[in-house]
Design a protein around this ligand. Structure first.
Ligand SMILES: [Zn+2]
Ligand SMILES: [Zn+2]
Length: 272
């Protein structure tokens, strides 16, 4: 099968997946008979990232790689995020994590697959192994599921990549990262993970729900590279902005079918 055939097959599979996902009510506003898990109006409100940096997925001033990533290399190679972490995606992610609304994992898996598909075929060899960021045993027991695993196992981009659950282990519980400095976050994560299977010569995709500072993903990427991985990409549902960028957003908390003016501006710019 040539590349165009493969792309068409993948697209058809995504569309079929989308049709299967369409429930009787929108998971955000409860409107009846959405085209897929969310109605079209609500999908319009999901915040995109304006010209994302290829490496860290933060919004850039217009170039492919942001100034921070140009300054110093990251342990990971690139990041693909389905959305910016903002309303109403933040609420959807909380609903998945804390209310166990697992149909949202189907939707996230589909939309993250679309984001990955749209980025592939460029200048970067695609990953051949997919892994989810593991949850601590205590957190797993408390929540009953790992949201990153639920999204990763639903990805429909496995033509070239195999999803593996035995490669990475969380061997130490870590206190919450919130409020810690970058150095403290790094120290907090030291020896928290273990690469449990050979990854030498492999290209990996690391799946997580939200990438905030990137400390966890950086630590895992560093370990995978140390174990011989050729490349490590982050595939995340949502990418949080830097606090300075976030303040620009003001009070973007509106949910439902009417996008805020910032969302409308970003959407217009993102679609260019
Ligand atoms: Zn809706
Ligand atoms: Zn960057």
């Amino acid at each position: 099968m040539n590349l165009i055939d493969e792309f068409s097959t993948a697209l058809a599979r995504l569309r079929a997946g989308a049709r299967r996902l369409a429930g009787s009510h929108c998971l955000l506003c409860n409107a009846g008979h959405p085209r897929r898990a969310l109605c079209e109006n609500c999908e319009e409100t999901l915040p995109c990232i304006l010209r994302p940096c290829v490496v860290c997925a933060l919004s850039t001033g217009g170039t492919g790689v942001c100034a921070v990533c140009l300054e110093g290399p990251r342990p990971y190679d690139r990041t693909i995020a389905a959305w910016r972490y903002g309303a109403p995606v933040d609420r959807l992610i909380r609903d998945l994590k804390f209310k166990a609304r697992l149909p949202l994992a189907d939707y996230f898996g589909l939309r993250l697959s679309e984001a990955v598909e749209s980025m592939q075929g460029t200048d970067h060899d695609p990953p051949d192994l997919i892994v989810a960021v593991p949850l601590s045993t205590a957190r797993l027991r408390q929540r009953g599921f790992n949201q990153a695993h639920e999204v990763a196992r639903r990805l429909r981009v496995a033509r070239h990549a195999e999803y593996r659950t035995d490669l990475l282990q969380r061997v130490r519980d870590t206190p919450a990262q919130v409020g810690l400095s970058a150095a403290a976050r790094q120290a907090n994560l030291r020896d928290a993970f273990k690469v449990a299977r050979p990854v030498s010569g492999r290209r990996l995709a690391l799946v997580d729900d939200v990438m905030t500072t990137g400390a966890t993903l950086s630590e895992i990427a560093r370990m995978l590279k140390h174990a011989g991985a050729i490349s490590v990409d982050n595939w995340v549902v949502a990418r949080a902005e830097r606090p300075a960028d976030r303040s620009r957003a003001g009070t973007v908390s509106r949910q439902g079918p009417n996008p805020s003016s910032r969302q409308q501006e970003d959407r217009a710019a993102c679609s260019k």
